[in-house]
Design a protein around this ligand. Sequence first.
Ligand SMILES: *[C@@H]1O[C@H](CO)[C@@H](O)[C@H](O)[C@H]1NC(C)=O
Ligand SMILES: *[C@@H]1O[C@H](CO)[C@@H](O)[C@H](O)[C@H]1NC(C)=O
Ligand SMILES: *[C@@H]1O[C@H](CO)[C@@H](O)[C@H](O)[C@H]1NC(C)=O
Length: 644
Amino acid sequence: MCEGILLRIFLAFLYLYANVAGTLWLDPPRAVVRHGDSLSVNCSTNVTNLMLDWEKPQGHSKKIDDEKVTWTVDHLTEWGTKPFCYMTHTDYRQEKIEFNIIIYKTPERVSLATVGHSGPVIEGGQYELQCDIQSVAPVEFLTVSWFKGDTLVDTKTFNDTTKTPVNQSPTLQISPSRADDGAQYKCKAELNLGPDGPQPPPSVTSDPLTITVYYGPNVSCLSHVTLKEGEIFTPNCSAVGNPPPEMTWYKNEERVDFPKQMDRTNAGEYILTVISSSTVVNHSLQIEVMYPPVSILELQNKLVDFGYDDSLECSSDARPHPQYRWKYDPMPNVRTEDGDGVSLLFIDYPTGINTGTYTCTASNELGEISRSVSVDVKDSQNRVTIETVGHTGPMIEDRKYVLRCNIQCVTPVHQVKVSWYKGNEQVKNASADDTRTSDSNTWSHNLTVSHNRNKKETQYKCKAEVMKTRGGPLIYVGESELNITVHYKPVINETKLPSVVPVFRGYPETLVCEADGYPLPTISWSYKPNTKVEEGHLTIVEATNENVGQYTCTASNSVETTVRTVKVTMKEDYLPLIAGFVALVVVIISVVFIIIYSIYYKNTKMGRYSVEGAKPNAQNGNVAQNGKDSSIPMKKLSQNSICA
Ligand SMILES: *[C@@H]1O[C@H](CO)[C@@H](O)[C@H](O)[C@H]1NC(C)=O
Ligand SMILES: *[C@@H]1O[C@H](CO)[C@@H](O)[C@H](O)[C@H]1NC(C)=O
Ligand SMILES: *[C@@H]1O[C@H](CO)[C@@H](O)[C@H](O)[C@H]1NC(C)=O
């Protein structure tokens, strides 16, 4: 192995010596010749020889002298020829030297084309450019260079050692981008024949191949737009592509032109169709047109059935969807709920309180609108009534009566609650569910009442509420009022009408019979002559013995008859006696005084007088001053009678 390498190195040196420093040499030592060109080579030696000549494929050799022979060829056409010069030494030893000759041929034609494709290329696609090189030799010196514009993009060489002309079709893979649109590709076939070859190296370049790159269309556009009604709108959309794209808008497959004044009917999906070459791109644009609510739909006056759940619906067309507000008097059984574009007001178990006005307002940022409707609850009257149990007619003092509150409801309900009021005061709360009557829709509850004369008129109220489900709100059903006027028996005022009434002879006297009772009692007297009766008062016009006796006042009303008996007694009237007595005393005193005076006068002028017959009645004077125990009330009675 090692020996083999050494032997080769030795042989190589020997060969060099033979060429350079040997006895044979060539001028020029080697040649690069275009096929068909002429060539002339001198083979020289400096030793005497028997023969010196060329072994050559064509042309002719011409001996210049014994030491030089020239090989000349006018048109070198023999491919792959290996001429050599040889010499026969005088000792018959032969020596030869080969002439290294490269015959080349530039390509007849270099052309560039796309493989299996014509026309524009599509961006991102894989394509092959093929460089057709016709008839080039020797191919081992061929370099194919690929250019895009002036930029070298690839080169290719060949290992083929064929000396004769060949065709080559190297290819270049390209994947064009949009920037490559209009680029010029070229391929250049160049023979690099070394320093002995022609400079610059001969080459043939193809005609440029201009590629057209189709790309896109790429659409740049929003997919959602919100506008106000009335706005003039042009979509801000663009499309990039080659060939320049055409943009067309469609809505519901009908062509639409922008700019366009938008109203609510124009809202919806618009399709932008972009066509570039045979590529079609569709883009969807949702256009939302905002407008205020202009009307309230679905909401109408309503007559609802008592106890049957019902609802009002309010909706309005607007964009964005409106918000709903309800306005009504607060009620425990009303609730609202917003759905998809509508608002519902639920009346759970409608009763009388739900009768009224309900207003729904729909609003969005562009405006608002309201509508009011009235709700009437059918048959909500007389759902609650009060009756008196087992009794008709007026109620009498101190007796017990039963009031019954009847409530008519719609089943099912969880509980019926009754509240009793006396005047403004709540007197009883109860759940009426346990007193439900056989009539399955009527509940009742009793209240025992009694009254006295201190309060003639009493107002009772029964208020009913239902709880539809356990723990639910109490819903007002209704209420009923009952006014009670208590009837009570007459009671005669005994202060005004004492049991004994003394009268003075000859004087008037009035017996006052006043009776408290309801209904107002009628007063009647059993009376004696010489009296008159006026508004229940009996007047003795002038008391005589006939008036002495029993008087009966009868006060009667529908409840009872009350009787009061009065005893009238006679009393003498001492007043005239006293008056007469006083007058007598005055006369006597006057007489006594005159007598005393005249005696004194006579004594001083004519003599003395003595007084006689003037005797004061001391007993009578005492009676007049003090009287008896009964005389004072007698006087008072008289005075009262006079005053009355
Ligand atoms: C060959 O030799 C002849 C005669 O000496 C000379 O004229 C000619 O130029 C030479 N040719 C070459 C290629 O050197
Ligand atoms: C009845 O109930 C209410 C509340 O439920 C309460 O305020 C009231 O005092 C009650 N009245 C009676 C008389 O129990
Ligand atoms: C009876 O009459 C007297 C005197 O007028 C009065 O003060 C009293 O209140 C009356 N009694 C009744 C029960 O009306």
